[in-house]
Design a protein around this ligand. Sequence first.
Ligand code: SF4
Length: 378
Amino acid sequence: MAFENPYHPFNLGELPPGCQYCVRGEKLVLFVTGVCPRTCYFCPVSDQKFQQDVIYANERKVESADDILKEAHLMDAKGAGITGGDPLSKLDRTIEYIKLLKEKFGKGFHIHLYTSLNLATEENLGKLWAAGLDELRFHLELESKQFWERLALARKFSWKIGVEIPLIPTKEKETFAVLEFVKDKVDFLNLNELEVADNSQSKLEEMMFHTKDELSYAIKGSLELGLKVLEFAQKENYVLPIHVCTAKLKDAVQLANRLKREARGAKKKFDLVSEEGMLTRGALYLPELVPGFGYRKKLENVNKTEFVQKLEPLLIRLKKELRVDEDDVFLDVSKPRILLSKTLLKQNRKLFRKLGLVPAVVSEYPTADQLEVEVELF
Ligand code: SF4
């Protein structure tokens, strides 16, 4: 029997090095571009990113390479997973970031990269190797074997290579064909439990794939196919390490661990941190920018500098009136507002209202987008 390890995936053989960092939440997710030569019907990339040339480090929009370093420091990253789109669509940028990360965090900073085989050439792969990439994961197309032979190109370099594909319940024959093809060509095979995505590129629901239950995004029959592959490989004594990555692993373990690491770096002196890594803090909003319906859209479109300028004199006045230390209050320029402790907020709410500010206690993600989970107005 394949065995379920403490991180909830099932595997035969060792977890690939890149996955070992990932399950501990130690990997920065570097989305280098949404541009991709393929248009898979199960693509999980969001509408804001798919085929758009945008860059994100975790949830942080990247305007310059410094944003990547900032995010990596914040979560105390031990490595990075480079993804997209297809990172090879923007090869020079990808190489620049690999070099930068290796230079700043050292050779041991483990970097793996996901790519389709469509853009893999010996020249491209050679450049990635020279930049210091540690591990490559190829996303083989199940419906066409056109590029499969290109796997051999990656074997010319001494890095770890693997194949990673989604477990599509209606593609059993094709999935076994991948197993047979790669079993003596790569260092590992990763099989991902298929999930519906909230985007327009994913056509799984129209194609009548159903989720396991109403609360789950995982597709019925997907995990079962993975277990079937594992059982077969074990019976045949394949030496290839195979790893079935479940939806539960991604959400309950990998993301949760990353959030906890990010919370340690993002928390202010006055924040309360929950076991899941959520931050609870007091916040003072300008009446025009109080969280509510359409808040995030509004944040994208407003001139933040204008709001920050309105808050600056108020912050100076507050510091004087409250007689607090410099780091007891904080001007958050990304979501123009003043942050402080929940206690200070509750004790002084009348003063804050008198100054025209709206006091609230918020619980939110420690990520760069600081997504609100709960907002309680006072
Ligand atoms: S290769 Fe990946 S990013 Fe590109 S369309 Fe397919 S699933 Fe989406």
